[in-house]
Design a binder for this molecule. Sequence first.
Ligand code: 3PG
Ligand code: MG
Length: 395
Amino acid sequence: MGWNTLDDIDLKNKRVLTRVDINVPVEDGHVTDATRIERIAPTIADIRAKGGSPVLLAHFGRPKGQYVPEMSLKPLVPALEDAFGCSVVFVERPSRDFIDAQASDAVIMVENTRFSSMEEANDPQMAQFLATLGDVFCNDAFSAAHRAHASTTGVAHLLPNCAGRLMQAELQALEAALSAPKRPVGAVVGGAKVSTKLDLLENLVKKIDVLVIGGGMANTFLAAQGADLGASLQEADLHSTARDIMAAAADAGCTVILPVDGRVAREFAAHAAHDVVALNADTSLEADQMVLDAGDASAAQIAETFGTLKTLIWNGPLGAFEIPPFDTATVAAARAAADLTNSGDLVTVAGGGDTVAALNQAGVAESFTYISTAGGAFLEWMEGKELPGVAALMQ
Ligand code: 3PG
Ligand code: MG
């Protein structure tokens, strides 16, 4: 079982219905991060080089089946034209006649698929209609592959289908990181809450050799061992879950690394006065103290651990990286991972919204082996779940 690529299907004079994810951040009508648009450009270029004409399908925001003017894809056309280096024809209500009237190498962008409630319902009628708009279906939206919608799965079953270049790159990078990684393989799992990453932790401890837990999540694990962490973010109702995960890791031979020290402050604010304190089962902070970042000894231990690995998966920051200096451990660890990647000693794969922002802030995103464009889909893939958009491409 596998999926086709753009090389496996004849695209000459074909309208190639191409699902992309251009759900990019926009402020005041301007795209603030065009990464997702830039990363689909090779797919658009390859389809045209093979004599095809891409007809792009995408969602934007969560309009819930209604026409919401602020969620139109039309304002994104200039950013698409910049990234693709050619003009883009926008169509609000597409038809095959309209598409056939366009040049044989035209790039056509269809309005937000989620303006119809039939999209998220994966209504067969919508899938049938979409299938009339193309001769071939190409899915290049890995970051929307966790959604079983008409434009991601329904239509895939109705046309000859293939993965686009970005989908291909994402799947290959993620398979290299988790399905058949060079060992030892480790993961950094950070972020605020254990509750949002339970499935991830449970799956990872079975598959990897070392798990580094950071961020607010680490507080829950330390508190579960008896630490009193004052006003720190933590989930008291998950202490027994945290202990279960530690036990599962021990059973599976996965070493769990928790912070051994933390940067502690009394207010959640940039440049708040802070101390570095040791963290362990006996730690007792004052009632108004909060752990906002891992400390320097922890960052050094994490960097040293990276040196023992061949593959590293990264999801989530080690501290409140948006307020300096509580980005210190994340930046230090990210730089250590980047150095090992640059010297060819470590394969580094990162994904998830906050993660990429944190790695960009550390200035190391370029050095990582692969940065996924996916948030939710990256997590679900790492949780070991089948992604419907990928499953629909299996031949
Ligand atoms: C994303 O931005 O993560 C994807 O485009 C999926 O969007 P959704 O969470 O609204 O389905
Ligand atoms: Mg999302």
